[in-house]
Design a binder for this molecule. Structure first.
Ligand code: MN
Length: 571
């Protein structure tokens, strides 16, 4: 259902969405939104409209209207079920539960996030509704008290924007980041407005002059572009990029980028050739994300050319489907699936299951290839969602493991003794080899044998540092001196911190790190000063490769008031 479709359907009182809207209006009738004293229903409507703008189905949109009913009014889940059936009641209930997950920037967070992830795997539509809800809340954040603004903006940046990104919903992810940015970085935002706005306008004017040339060349080659336009880079991502380029706007070539949408993949490659015939490409700047999609599934051809007046311009070339997926990610995929089902005339709507959506499994297989720690530099936020799986013990407990983890990793995670004595494993009731890679939601049971010793061959497939560590030390105890595997030097991690104040940060950083029992190997710092704003870039090398420890450290370090940006890499 499109946004227009929603507005048409609302005029007919008998449609599902109109009934849901009426119910929500009645349920919330005496409530005002705390933040701006508007009738509460405005928020319900906006949430539903966001869902419609992602072309989601009417069941999801109806649940969007009702998403706060069970939480905030005298009506219960049962009332919703009676009126609208099990499915909608289930979705509303899911959103209500997600609302309980609060980001506190503390240790308990991991646990909450796990629940968050599981409910996500249960039915993605719940997550879509939550994101639609958050988007509207962010758009109206200005009316809240500053302290609340900051907390909600922080939560949006840390949890919701990465989540949207992970689901491939780039437009939403960018929008959430942009909405949060001014509240978290007010000074930087002012700086950007002052310094970038004119550049944007001037750049757009320049590209508007190029567009007819591009169209003409494409049409002459018998390619029918479905769209030729340009888009400005978002403030939040521009800022991230500026930090990497010494805050020098002239070094950023995709400030405003061209976007060409074509019928099929062949046309995309043909168009790339035509652009290169018009203007020479810059070496090393042609990126084929069609043949090699990005980890979050993003597909497109990118090239940067030396354009008219010797100015550098980035082009992004893609099909309509790639474009929709790039904008709306898994929601777009879900919408496609839904329309296929509707056309096929089957009654039951499919449930969006992470494991069943081909697009996601493709995405996952790509992520695996990026798992090598050596070349992978990333911040915790995305890393956390990308690299973890959640499996379940026979007793129903959730165990958090790195992606690629095997039953042996699982066993050591439960207890080192269970790991050492592990002889076999049952996954979802079936006996499997110990090297089997586990997947989220697997139920894993370990078969143990007294006095069994770990095998050095396990080191070839385990991925968690806990398992590696225990296997090595257990082997050391039993076969002292044997095997060079045991003498491997521990890996080091380097934190890269952008901060306001050097002295305060150094003190706080080293306190946090030593409290976590990680030893610091070296500290370097340099200063960069941009338009009167000073930033300290501090590099702290530490002696650990324990990802668990590292991301806990990242959370703590990020909580420091002086810290503006932080990421890490293995060295
Ligand atoms: Mn809400």
């Amino acid at each position: 259902m499109t946004l227009e479709g929603l507005h048409t359907a609302l005029k007919d009182k008998t449609t599902l969405v109109a009934r849901a809207a009426a119910f929500a209006k009645r349920a919330h009738q005496d409530q005002k939104r705390k933040l701006n004293n508007e009738p509460y229903f405005v928020h319900c409507q906006a949430t539903a409209e966001n869902l419609a703008s992602w072309n989601l189905d009417e069941t999801t949109i109806a649940a969007g209207f009702l998403h706060d009913v069970a939480e905030d009014t005298r009506y219960t889940r049962e009332d919703i079920e009676q009126e609208f059936g099990k499915e909608i009641a289930f979705l509303v209930d899911g959103v209500t539960k997600l609302g309980w997950v609060k980001y506190r920037g503390k240790k308990e967070q991991a646990d909450d996030l796990r629940k968050f992830m599981l409910s996500m795997a249960e039915d993605l539509r719940v997550v879509f509704i939550k994101l639609a809800d958050r988007l509207h809340n962010m758009r109206t954040l200005h009316a809240l008290a500053p302290i609340k603004q900051k907390r909600i903006a922080q939560e949006t940046i840390e949890i919701y924007a990465p989540l949207a990104y992970r689901l491939g919903m780039q437009r939403l992810s960018g929008e959430l980041q942009d909405a949060a940015f001014p509240y978290l970085y007010p000074e930087e935002y002012k700086w950007l407005l002052k310094n970038v706005k004119e550049r944007y306008e001037e750049r757009e004017k320049y590209l508007a002059g190029i567009a007819p040339l591009v169209k003409k060349a494409l049409v002459e080659a018998n390619l029918k572009p479905l769209g030729v336009d340009f888009r400005a880079k978002r403030y939040a991502s521009l800022y991230q990029k500026l930090l990497r380029y010494d805050m020098d706007i002239d070094k950023i070539h995709d400030l405003v980028a061209f976007r060409i949408v074509l019928k099929n993949v062949e046309d995309c490659y043909a168009a790339l050739g035509i652009i290169h015939k018009l203007w020479p490409p810059l070496p090393g700047r042609i990126k084929d994300y069609i043949a090699m999609p990005k980890p979050n599934g993003y597909r497109s051809l990118h090239t940067t050319v030396l354009c008219v007046d010797h100015r550098i311009v980035e082009f992004q070339i893609r099909t309509q489907e790639m474009h929709d997926e790039a904008e709306n990610g898994i929601a777009a995929h879900w919408a496609y699936e839904q329309s296929k089902w509707t056309r096929s005339g089957k009654k039951d709507a499919p449930i969006a299951d992470l494991n069943e959506v081909a697009w996601v499994s493709q995405l996952r297989s790509w992520q695996k290839q990026f798992n090598g720690p050596e070349d992978f530099i990333d911040s915790l936020k995305i890393d956390f969602f990308r690299d973890r799986i959640f499996v379940i013990t026979p007793a129903g407990e959730v165990v958090d493991l790195p992606r690629g983890a095997t039953p042996v990793d699982f066993a050591y995670q439960i207890h080192s003794e269970i790991g050492d004595q592990c002889v076999g494993a049952r996954v979802n009731g079936k006996i499997v080899p110990l090297s089997t890679q586990l997947r989220s939601n697997d139920i894993v049971e370990i078969i143990t044998q007294k006095n069994k010793k770990p095998s050095s061959s396990w080191l070839e497939f385990v991925v968690s540092s806990a398992a590696k560590h225990h296997i090595r030390s257990s082997l050391k105890r039993t076969e002292a001196g044997k095997g060079s595997l045991l003498d491997e030097r521990p890996k080091q991690v380097e934190f890269n911190i952008t901060a306001r104040d050097r002295i305060g940060v150094l003190k706080n950083v080293s306190a946090i790190i030593s409290r976590s029992h990680v030893s610091i190997v070296s500290v370097n710092s340099s200063v960069s000063s941009i338009q009167g704003v000073h930033f300290h870039i501090i590099r702290v090398k530490c002696d650990t490769d324990d990802k668990n420890k590292i991301w806990k450290l990242m959370l703590k370090l990020k909580g420091l008031p002086e810290v503006k940006e932080i990421n890490y890499r293995f060295v």
